[in-house]
Design a protein around this ligand. Structure first.
Ligand SMILES: [Zn+2]
Length: 441
């Protein structure tokens, strides 16, 4: 079934190479056919080609953009987000591990997984690379619920075989065999992908990291997700536990886990040699500013890694992060760049959470923009859902100014609708009914 959305549309052109080239149509049309994008074009051109005005859903003052992509988030940390007063290692022991251990209860895990996916949609996020827990059943549930919704999700069972509560530990053999079962069931099923997921170097033995490497040898198109160099105390401990490693990244690299499908969360305290290796491997670093600030981990140096040629992405890292909103995440990324003396332009932020994150996940051919044939994932933002945002947007000069207002003042309040694979999966019950007319969706 074809649908026609007419109004203000913004995306970044994917045919412009690595350059950030935004394309904004004040009176545009997005045409979708079931789960795919047919075309984005000026409305006048679409009407000339025979689209009838009464077929179109008119968006008024709203802004239609690609669905947001979160490259690092934890599904099962909802009941301990906003836990007070610790830095990473104590925070894991006191809050995170107990919360994840409770996901051994399958009924509880099902409820949390459902709530998590709704939080993504409520914030306009249609694709995500997600940490589960070490429980195979909880991971299976997450895949299953994402499949039902038709979301693009990348996840995998967390691998942990030491330095955590017994309820969360597996061993190298179990880590391998349970991962194999989940890969065979879910990898490349609909819009799902599997990520080999050692939590981080501190909770995986060399034997377990070796088992992770064997999974990649068997399925080279698997993703890898893990944490890297988030907190200084963590970096010191990793060096003590792996004295033969040249640096933190080398712990993973030694087992073949640095690939162009690897996403390393954080990377706040990297040595030059690690940046050079991330570049040569084509690996991605997912910057998670709300988490880094909340846990006092440090200030991510976006400019330094970009100049080092590292592929950069942005993630929320809930529950270390403090918001599911990619807009609020950009707000903190901008502020961190301010503190580092770096320039971070508004549309660089827009690119980062759409096409940039899609490319970091090797999915730029079908996500993050409105090229023909892409998945029909998009968000409709309503500036008038927040009186201050609406007022400030009315005074903006161009789309870059407007986007910066969303970054600086925006939140889930602005998300009017979220569509994934051509289906409306969320509609904000609180959004002000602005001038929406035309065909009912
Ligand atoms: Zn994390």
């Amino acid at each position: 079934m074809r649908r026609y959305f007419r109004g203000r549309i913004l995306h970044c052109r994917a045919d412009a190479g690595a350059a950030v080239v935004p394309e904004y149509l004040h009176d545009g049309m997005l045409i979708i056919d079931n789960e795919r994008i047919v075309e984005m074009l000026p409305a006048a051109q679409a009407l000339q080609q025979g689209v009838r005005p009464e077929q179109c859903r008119k968006l008024g003052n709203k802004l239609l953009v690609p669905g947001f992509i979160d490259t690092h988030v934890h599904a099962y940390q909802l009941d301990m987000i906003a836990s007070y007063g610790e830095q990473l290692l104590q925070w894991l022991d006191h809050y995170t591990y107990p919360a994840e251990a409770r996901m051994g209860d399958i009924v509880k895990a099902a409820e949390v997984a459902g709530f998590f996916l709704q939080q993504l949609l409520q914030n306009g996020t249609t694709s995500a690379m997600v940490f589960s827990t070490s429980h195979k059943a909880a991971t299976d549930l997450l895949f299953s619920q994402a499949a039902e919704l038709g979301l693009c999700l990348i996840t995998g069972k967390t691998l942990m075989d030491r330095k955590a509560p017994a309820e969360l530990l597996d061993d190298p053999e179990l880590a391998y065999s349970e991962s194999v079962q989940l890969i065979e069931k879910w990898h490349r099923h609909r819009r799902l992908h599997y990520a080999v997921t050692p939590r981080f170097a501190l909770t995986s033995s060399d034997e377990q990291l070796s088992a992770a490497g064997k999974l990649l040898q068997r399925w080279p198109d698997l993703y890898v997700q893990t944490h890297l160099s988030e907190n200084q105390a963590e970096v010191v401990l990793v060096q003590q536990l792996f004295p033969q490693s040249r640096n933190y990244l080398d712990v993973y690299d030694h087992h073949g886990l640095c690939t162009d499908r690897s996403v390393f969360a954080h990377g706040v305290h990297l040595a030059d040699a690690e940046i050079a290796r991330l570049h040569s491997a084509g690996s991605t670093v997912a910057c998670c500013p709300t988490s880094n600030l909340f846990l006092g981990s440090g200030l991510f140096d976006w400019q330094r890694l970009r100049e080092g040629g590292v592929r950069l992405a942005v993630g929320t890292d809930v529950g270390g992060g403090t918001s599911f909103s990619m807009l609020e995440t950009l707000r903190d990324l901008y502020k961190v760049n301010q503190l580092k003396g770096n320039s971070f332009r508004p549309l660089d932020g827009f690119h980062a959470i759409t096409l940039g994150n899609a490319r970091a996940l090797q999915l730029g051919h079908r996500l993050g923009h409105f090229g023909s044939g892409c998945d029909a994932d998009f968000v409709i933002l309503d500036p008038d859902a927040d009186a201050l945002v609406g007022r400030r947007v009315a005074a903006t000069q161009d789309i870059a100014d407007e986007w910066f207002v969303y970054m600086t003042l925006g939140s889930s309040r602005l998300v009017s609708e979220t569509w994934a694979a051509g289906r409306q999966l969320y509609r904000n019950p609180l959004a002000v009914a602005s001038a929406v007319t035309g065909a009912v969706v």
